[in-house]
Ligand binder design. Structure first.
Ligand SMILES: Nc1ncnc2c1ncn2[C@@H]1O[C@H](COP(=O)(O)OP(=O)(O)OP(=O)(O)O)[C@@H](O)[C@H]1O
Length: 293
């Protein structure tokens, strides 16, 4: 089952194209990390999925329905936007009461315990919270809503390292206990590696790579050896990036098959390296032999 299916999705503001021809499918029951360079269209995609923005072109289905199409759909999808919006004039406990009023599956005990553990005063107005505390409040509302799908746009950017780790643990618990699916954009790939089992790299609205993190790491290899033409590589080795010096070639390939050529030294990649390779090689066609001196 899929929680998000987008086909040729696009969003245009006057003449500015924020998202163009974005096609992707995200499976249920996973924590999916959404990464990509600034301006790739991640927030636009999440805003459309949450029903906050109408797409200009294409179609999108989220948890089997049209985003924002009614109370049932709204209850299924939780969204914490990038600027972690809260109501400045309302206290924390008023936010929790509002959450209980608006959400049929609201988990009051989880929300209260989380606020207590964070050391937040329930009487404090949200407008007087620090940026990180505001983010924690918005995240608490998102988790306590008990949605089927939780969309998080850079949720931990404003949190200190300890708060970040605790939040990610809370998220993992919610996933394990309630079968919650999560799509989370972040530039912090190390954090994503801790919690995400699936990954999408979005560059200029297009999915550059998508898949299970474990499989992606197992099927990408950095090969280095004597300089050679990339056309001599086996057809099942998809070249992601390559550099050549006078004597040496280093190439990142994706392949299901084992690397049998003994002239290569084979190295594995971490997730951050893999993401950076895809982000810095937008077309990933077999690049021409280019000498780096
Ligand atoms: N309201 C808007 N009006 C005009 N252009 C917009 C608007 N919102 C986004 N854009 C443009 O759309 C493109 C995609 O923006 P978006 O915020 O979706 O990217 P992003 O991948 O989330 O980036 P970041 O990692 O910096 O948050 C950018 O070029 C941005 O300038």
């Amino acid at each position: 089952m899929s929680v998000l299916i987008a086909q040729g999705l696009g969003k245009t503001y006057k003449r500015k194209q924020a998202l163009t021809g974005c096609t992707l499918e995200i499976e249920a029951g996973h924590v999916t990390g959404l990464v990509g360079p600034n301006g790739a269209g991640k927030s636009t995609l999440l805003n459309i999925a949450a029903g906050m923005l109408e797409p200009t072109t294409g179609t999108i289905e989220v948890c089997g329905g049209v985003p924002g199409s009614g109370p049932e759909q709204l209850a299924k999808v939780g969204y914490v936007a990038q600027n972690t919006p809260v109501y400045s004039a309302l206290s924390i406990e008023e936010h929790l009461r509002l959450g209980a009023h608006l959400n049929p599956r609201w988990d009051a005990s989880l929300a209260e315990k989380r606020v207590e553990r964070l050391g937040l005063d329930p009487k404090q107005h949200a407008g007087k919270l620090s940026g990180g505390q505001r983010a924690q409040l918005a995240l608490t509302l998102g988790i306590a809503k008990r949605p089927e799908l939780l969309l998080l746009d850079e949720p931990v950017a404003a949190l200190d390292p300890l708060a970040r780790r605790e939040f990610l643990q809370d998220l993992m618990e919610a996933v394990a206990e309630h079968g919650l699916s999560v799509v989370m954009s972040s530039h912090l790939v190390n954090d994503l590696e801790r919690v995400c089992d699936h990954l999408v790299v979005l560059v200029a609205s297009q999915v550059r790579v998508i898949g299970e993190v474990e499989t992606l790491l197992a099927t990408h290899h950095r090969l280095s050896g004597p300089r050679r033409d990339l056309d001599t590589l086996p057809a099942d080795q998809h070249v992601v990036s390559a550099t050549h010096t006078d004597r040496q070639t280093t190439v990142l390939v994706r392949t299901e098959a084992p690397i049998l050529d003994p002239t290569w030294t084979v190295g594995q990649l971490g997730l951050e390296d893999l993401v950076l390779e895809y982000m810095s090689n937008p077309t990933a066609a077999r690049p021409a032999l280019e000498v780096l001196r």
